[in-house]
Design a protein around this ligand. Structure first.
Ligand code: BGC
Length: 265
């Protein structure tokens, strides 16, 4: 029997959602994209999530990505988003606002889960790192298909600064870097990951992956580096895959009791 779940991908510029067939990893209806409100406070974002859910007249479990550390549904950081999310019980907020059970997970983790199930990582064993190059740098680390959530390797320090300030797609645009120059930055970042984790494969996703042909061939990185296959839809699909009943994410699920007292936002 086919299982369909709603996947919603919350990003810095857009919030996208669609129902997803979990057997095939395909969207069962055209996705809806709404601009991220400014400021992207928890309440303002919750309104957009509810708008997307209403658009599809969806009832049932929802999975939602968020570009920050997410533990047991609570968003713990806010590198490129409104500070109101720090310590916010996002799963509770979104569940209340939509009236449906909502699971929340890190955006790169969701994209990685989707790539491992339906994209380039399918059937691959070993250590695989998904790197999303977008507004920030997101990472998802898998060993034999099991995710270690919230690795946040985009914030490794390189040349004394946060790596995402040099090698994200936003850094490329901000500094108007040529593809050659950008490839050098990405190379340097990936070399750091290789030194630390000796991965078997690195998968590049996020906004920059649309231009993979412009910089991936220039990389000299010693391990296989391939573009993500699911592009824009990875977040939505990974979110849907993580909707209730939750997949085990690195041994944690949102059904585990929260480690700390319930947070508010
Ligand atoms: C955040 C991560 C997120 C990544 C990509 C980083 O700034 O800290 O949680 O996965 O951006 O959105």
């Amino acid at each position: 029997m086919t299982t369909i779940r709603m996947g919603i991908d919350i990003g810095g510029t857009g919030i996208k959602g669609a129902p997803v067939d979990l057997e095939t990893g395909t969207l069962t209806a055209g996705r809806l994209r709404v601009l991220t409100p400014e400021p992207a406070t928890p309440d303002a974002v919750a309104d957009v999530v509810a708008q997307i859910v209403d658009h599809f007249q969806w009832t049932g479990p929802i999975g939602c990505t968020f570009p920050a550390v997410v533990r047991h549904g609570v968003t713990l950081t806010a590198a490129n988003v409104d500070q109101g999310w720090v310590g916010c019980d996002a799963a509770e907020l979104l569940s209340k606002r939509t009236g449906q059970p909502v699971t929340v997970l890190n955006d790169a983790d969701a994209a990685g889960v989707a790539e491992m199930r339906f994209g380039v990582g399918r059937g691959r064993k070993g250590t695989i790192i998904m790197v999303t190059l977008g507004t920030g740098i997101g990472t998802a680390l898998f060993t034999d298909g099991i995710l270690v959530p919230n690795t946040e390797l985009g914030h490794l320090e390189i040349h004394g600064v946060d790596a995402e300030t040099r090698a994200s797609d936003a850094a490329r645009t901000r500094e108007d870097l040529t593809w050659k120059h950008y490839a050098k930055r990405v190379d340097e970042y990936l070399d750091t990951l290789v030194r630390l984790f000796t991965p078997d494969l690195i998968v590049i996703g996020g906004g920059a992956s649309k231009n993979a042909d412009k910089f991936l061939p220039r990389l000299t990185c010693s391990v296989d580096v391939v573009p993500a296959q699911l592009l824009n839809e990875a977040g939505i699909i990974g979110a849907a895959l993580s909707a209730d009943p939750p997949e085990t994410v690195g041994g944690q699920t949102d059904r585990d009791p929260p480690a700390a007292a319930p947070a508010t936002c």
